[in-house]
Structure formats: C-alpha cells, structure tokens
Design a protein around this ligand. Structure first.
Ligand code: PA5
Length: 434
C-alpha cells in the first residue's frame, strides 16, 4: 500500500531545512499530546484514534441504513452546516463523475444539501425540485440548535410529512446528533427517527470519519470501508511512535509554520483537478477554524488551476508577497483522452497531437510552480496516486493530524471556535431573540 507523498523541497530557498527542523521537538511533543490527550482542547481529541476504533459492526450499522435508504429514494438531502456537511460533500465530489448529477438513471441517490445558508431563494428552489422526486433527509447537527439547519429542517420536515404522511416521513429521515442531549436528539426520539451519534469528543470539523461523513458518502455509493482503511493507514504512519522524519503530517505542520513565521501568512491550496474543489472548502474550514484565533493563524485560501490561472494567477505571480501554495497533485487520471491532429492547425497545437490532456495539465502544473517560485511564492506538494477512497481517507487524516499539531506549534487551541459566536450574538439581537 502506497502512502501519499509530501514534498517540501521547493520551499528551501525561502526557509532553510534547519529552520524547519527547529520545530522537531515541538512536533513530537504536540503529536504526543494529541495521542495522550494532554494538550489544549483535550475534550475533543476523539478523532485521533477514530480510524482504529471503527469496527465492522459500526460500519455495518451505517451500511444497513444506507441500503434501505438507497432502495427508496432518488435524492438524499443532507441538512447541516460547517463540519456537518463539508466533509461529506468534499469526499463525494472528489470521487464522483463531474456530470453524474445530470444523469437521469443514476445507480445511487444524488446527495443535495440544505441548511448551508440562509438564502430564501436556495431553499425555495430546492423544495420545488423535491416535489417531483422521491427523497429522504439526513439532518446533521451536533448541537441540534444551529440556526441555518434548524430553520431549513422546520420547513423541510413539514414538506416531507405532507408528501409521504408522518409515519412514512419518519422512516425517510435519519438524524445524526449528540448521543444524549440537544434539541435534535429530543426531536428524533419523539418522532422515532433512526439516529446516529456524533461522539462527544469529536468536533464538527473533525467529524468526517463518523456517521456525519460516512453515511452520506455511502449513500452516494462509495466504499466507506476503504476510506476508513486509508485513514487508518495514515493514522498508523503518523502516530506518536513514528520518528519526526517519517511523519509527513508533522513535517507539513513544521514547514507551513516556518513559512508563516517568515511572513507568508496566506496558504493557498491548489488543485489541478476540479473534483478537489470541495476538499479545499473542507480544508479551509479545518485550518481556518482551528488556527485562526488569538490574532494568529495562516489564512487558508484555495484556487482551482488551470481555471484560476486566468484570473487570480496574476495576483499570485505578481501581487503582495505573503503567499505560499500547497499543491495537491493527482498522479493518475481515471480516464485517458488524447489531443487529435488537425489538418489546418490554426491553433498551432499539432505538436501536441497524440498526447494526453493530463500530459498538458502536468506541464502546466510544473511550469506554474516554477513561475511562482521565481515570483517569490514557495510551494509545498502533496502527491496522491489517484482519486480513490483509500487515498482520500489518507488525505483526510493527514490534514487533520497536521492541523492538530500545527495548532500546538502556533500555541492555540485547535479544537475550539470562540470567534464564531460574535456574529451570532449580533444576529440574534437584531432578530429580537428573547
Ligand atoms: O467545526 C465546527 O464545530 C462547526 O463548523 C460546526 O460543525 C457547525 O457550526 C455546525 O454545528 P452543529 O453540528 O452543532 O450544527
């Protein structure tokens, strides 16, 4: 089994290896603190050993519910926000065909999302679409009281009950929430929904390997056992017994924090494959919410190349020099497509005839990295062999572990999010909450 690769050689003109290595002791200690649950935020370290604790029975319980949902529905509506939907969406998009949503006769249900905003138009239009199809709802909220999913679910619950009757609707609704407390738990018990638990010690943005991520991913037809296997593989390779030199999550944390200390305050996650767009959205939440506090933290941004080379490319090449890039390079494509010969050759591209599109994409990536390096933008490379469940599982755990360690290198608690309360306070006041 191959491990995803980390290459930090392109940052050596910006920070020396010896600077990066000064983090060695802190990385080892931080990793140990995560495993021994002795660091800041130690109430929320359940994700560290999660892959190893997931057993056959646990997955079978999810898979059985998924099978019965898949038989009855064409669409699964995931209602949840932040960590309660981004992981599922990221994995489903990474593994799905780009146009799968447009096919009428899909093998597996389409997964759609609600409660991810407060847009009246979004919800109105979604409801209109749902009228004509067979659907179920997976409501996900750890607290059970988050405004966006709570408002959406009020409306969607009425709709689904009207469409199928209360009894049948209850069979089409799955709730994923706290084991014991919260409004959603109370409601789920009262209505008799099938429920799954978000463990107390796993925070929203670290919950993709719980039913929060695994259930919708399985509904979409992907092998959650392989995802867990990949995560487990990475968990073993980054555990507290591993040497610093072998722990790619620790090295990534050290490298990006060395750059941050030198004034590279924005990290751009770059992909050359649009399927990874939502992996970047999930990553931005993971790192942004974990690190951005106490007036510190690398700002996580993302781009889709080559698309954004025709827009943000100018800024990255030539704008303010506070950026570094982390490029996710996927080695093998799922399909092959060659560029044809053309008799007129008006676009002068016949020299590429017979080459695969990915050959051009790869050269675009190498050329861009070189140009950005010369323009003063360091880049880190994460290479994954292919977009499959096993490697996505590895990638998820790799980022989670790097984020936990990185938070400790910054001396912040990577498992809380006090900053997200400020807007809520104002909003509720403006709404006249009693
Ligand atoms: O990472 C987090 O804790 C947050 O992004 C939450 O996932 C998000 O706010 C949703 O919270 P809840 O699941 O309680 O509705």
């Amino acid at each position: 089994m191959e491990q995803i690769k980390l290459d930090i050689s392109n940052i050596e003109n910006f920070v020396t290896q010896s600077t990066i290595d000064t983090y060695k002791k802190e990385v080892l200690e931080g990793n140990k603190a995560l495993h021994e649950q002795t660091g800041a935020g130690n109430d929320y370290m359940g994700w560290v050993d999660l892959p190893e604790s997931i057993n056959h029975e646990y997955l079978k319980n999810i898979e059985e519910t998924v099978l019965s949902l898949q038989k009855n529905i064409d669409v699964l509506l995931v209602v949840g926000i932040g960590g309660s939907y981004l992981g599922a969406k990221a994995v489903i998009e990474a593994l799905s065909g780009s146009f799968d949503n447009l096919y009428q006769n899909r093998k597996n249900p389409l997964v759609l999302y609600a409660g991810i905003n407060l847009s009246e138009d979004y919800l109105y239009e979604l409801r209109k679409y749902l009228q004509a199809i067979s659907y179920g709802i997976c409501i996900i909220s750890k607290s059970g009281t988050t405004t966006e999913p709570a408002i959406a679910f009020r409306i969607l619950k009425n709709d689904i009950e009207k469409k199928y009757g209360k009894e049948e609707a209850a069979k089409r609704i799955v709730a994923i929430t706290d084991a014991k407390k919260g409004a959603l738990k109370t409601l789920a018990d009262k209505e008799g929904y099938k429920t799954f638990v978000i463990p107390d010690n796993v925070g929203g943005r670290y919950s993709v390997l719980t039913p929060v991520g695994l259930l919708p991913i399985a509904v979409a037809g992907f092998d959650i056992r392989k995802i867990v296997e990949g995560a487990k593989f990475m968990a073993q390779n980054t555990n507290a017994e591993q040497k610093y030199e072998n722990n790619i999550a620790g090295i990534y944390a050290a490298a990006r924090n060395s750059l941050y200390k030198k004034g590279y305050k924005t990290e751009i996650l770059v992909n050359y494959n649009p399927k990874l767009q939502y992996i970047a959205e999930w990553w931005k939440q993971l790192f942004g919410e974990s690190e951005g506090k106490d007036k510190k933290g690398i700002f996580p941004a993302s781009v889709n190349f080559t698309t954004d080379l025709h827009s943000l490319g100018q800024y990255i090449q030539d704008g303010e020099r506070t950026l570094f890039e982390t490029v996710i390079a996927v080695k093998n494509t799922n399909y092959k497509l060659t560029i044809p010969e053309n008799t007129d050759n008006l676009d002068k591209l016949n020299y590429l005839a017979g080459k695969n599109i990915e050959y051009v994409n790869e050269k675009a990536m190498l050329g861009t990295m070189q140009a950005h390096l010369e323009g003063g933008v360091p880049n880190i490379i994460i290479e994954i062999p292919e977009l499959s469940e096993f490697y996505i599982g590895q990638l998820i755990y790799f980022f989670e572990k790097a984020c936990g360690i990185g938070g400790y290198l910054l001396n912040v608690n990577p498992f809380n999010q006090p900053g997200v309360e400020a807007y809520k306070k104002n909003m509720f006041k403006l709404l006249g909450e009693k």
